[in-house]
Design a protein around this ligand. Sequence first.
Ligand code: IMP
Ligand code: MG
Length: 173
Amino acid sequence: MKEKIGVLISEDKVNARIAEMAQALDKEYEGKTVHMIGILKGSVFFMCELTRRMKTPVTLDFMSVSSYGNGTSSSGIVKLSKDLDESIEGKDVIIVEDILDSGRTLSYLVEMLGSRKPASIKVITLLDKPERRVIPVDLYMTGFTIPDRFVVGYGLDCAQKYRNLPYIGVIEQ
Ligand code: IMP
Ligand code: MG
């Protein structure tokens, strides 16, 4: 069956918001280097668009976590499947996520990475679904707050499909 994808947030709107976020980060981190940690794979598109609009020097690293379960819900157990390549000790770290849903993934990551002695640690996400929160997460910056819908595109997948859509879409059966 071929799914139909509706547009929730257009390409222009996403790109304009990411440009604003880049400017705000440049202001906040003036004179510093930001160590960006992307959570694979969903955050990659957002991270590229954001960092190439920033003037602040950035270094990048990636980690991969999986929460058991598939499709559109997770079991709540988070497993680290790829750790960082470099130490974050003394660095100004930003964790970059595609979407904050229950909060399980990010609360686990903030606690784990926070214990590795970074100079600072902040979390930014392209999308936030606050209605679904189970564990609170302190967000520094959010692209868009969205309703409780399952979204795809701009890095977000449904069973690994649709990550490369240039907008945020919703699956309409
Ligand atoms: P959390 O741990 O429940 O906050 O889940 C965060 C992860 O669930 C995200 O990094 C996504 O991989 C996935 N996720 C949550 N909501 C969506 C969605 O609407 N579309 C695609 N992936 C989602
Ligand atoms: Mg993810």
